[in-house]
Design a protein around this ligand. Structure first.
Ligand code: SER
Length: 319
């Protein structure tokens, strides 16, 4: 029986993953955790929740023991743009958090999922159709911690046999919970502004391609990789996964098909732009497809249609 602990469960991915996994494995088998309580109160009525700071290794171990956890999905992390505001804090949470989770997993025989990111690439990485195994020289604190996390997860598998698995997520687009300070966040904010004001001022320059994915595909990626037959996995951590690659004008044009008067202007943020410039334009995710059957459902057009419909319902805006 699966007994899952999710760290960072109140974040953009965590809130939806908690609900998704509770449906699959039963609500009491999925323990949500976060540094502090925030957001919608109704979340805390959907199943067990624990306050947990991933810098507290003993706290992680205690919760794992209390609930007989056999899988940790370690989502707690500071995203790219926010990490550049306070790199020391980002190092502490991203690096020590991952180390603590792996140590507890090693001692208690727990499987671990850790997301890496397109941020694990950087200068020197081939930008188009970026291979699974290639140059990784990121120049952001977030990227540095993600590469180190990938390597640590591989190390714990090879050295100690910990069942570590992970993907490199692109920008995740969703309507339940806002992302917390990433470079790809424009692709979420644009939908809110399009529905509310029919215009959006974009902080990323026209022509900047990045990989993206709609939340239902991201949830499925986590679930499917953790359920995959380990004998088929040649890689374990840091699988490239993507669903679409676009630049801001392409997204705006797609939104305009549904909201004809939608206008986009630009007020480029140099920090986030330089981060975006250091990331790939599009990933090659063929290893994930071959080794565990990765196959996204949503492309730019189906994601945009669904996102506008669901977000309009949520915001109670008539389209
Ligand atoms: N969406 C993330 C970010 O922009 C990428 O991993 O930081």
């Amino acid at each position: 029986m699966k007994r899952i602990l999710i760290t960072g469960a109140l974040g953009q991915i965590g809130t939806e993953l908690t609900a998704y996994l509770r449906k699959q494995y039963g609500k009491d088998n999925v323990i949500a955790s976060s540094r502090r309580k925030r957001g919608d109160e109704s979340f805390f009525e959907t199943g067990p929740f624990e306050i947990l700071d991933v810098n507290d290794a003993q706290g992680i171990a205690d919760i794992c023991k209390k609930y007989k956890i056999n899988q940790i999905i370690h989502l707690a992390a500071i995203l790219s743009a926010k990490a550049e505001e306070n790199p020391q804090q980002a190092y502490n949470i991203n690096m020590n958090g991952t180390y603590n989770v792996l140590e507890v997993a090693r001692e208690a025989g727990i499987a671990v999922f850790t997301p890496s990111s397109i941020a694990a690439f950087g200068a020197g990485t081939p930008a188009d159709n970026t291979p699974q195994d290639t140059i990784q020289r990121p120049n952001t604190m977030y990227g540095v911690t993600k590469v180190a996390g990938e390597l640590l997860c591989d190390y714990y598998y090879l050295k100690y046999g910990v069942d570590t698995r992970g993907v490199r997520f692109p920008g995740i687009i969703s309507y339940e919970t806002l992302p917390g300070g990433g470079t790809t966040d424009y692709a979420v904010h644009i939908f809110y502004e399009a529905l509310k004001n029919k215009k959006y001022s974009c902080f990323i320059k026209a022509g900047t391609f990045m990989d993206m994915m709609y939340m239902p595909d991201a949830l499925k990626a986590i679930h499917d990789l953790m359920e995959a037959n380990p004998e088929k996995l040649k890689h374990r951590n840091a699988f490239n996964v993507t669903a679409m690659s676009f630049e801001p004008e392409m997204l705006a044009a797609e939104i305009r098909k549904h909201i004809p008067g939608f206008e986009m202007s630009y007020d480029v943020d140099p920090v986030r732009q330089s981060i975006a410039d250091s990331w790939p334009n599009s990933l090659d995710d063929s290893c994930a497809r071959e080794e565990w059957g990765w196959c996204p459902k949503y492309d730019l057009s189906s994601m945009t249609a669904d996102m506008l419909q669901k977000l309009a319902e949520k915001l109670k805006i008539k389209q």
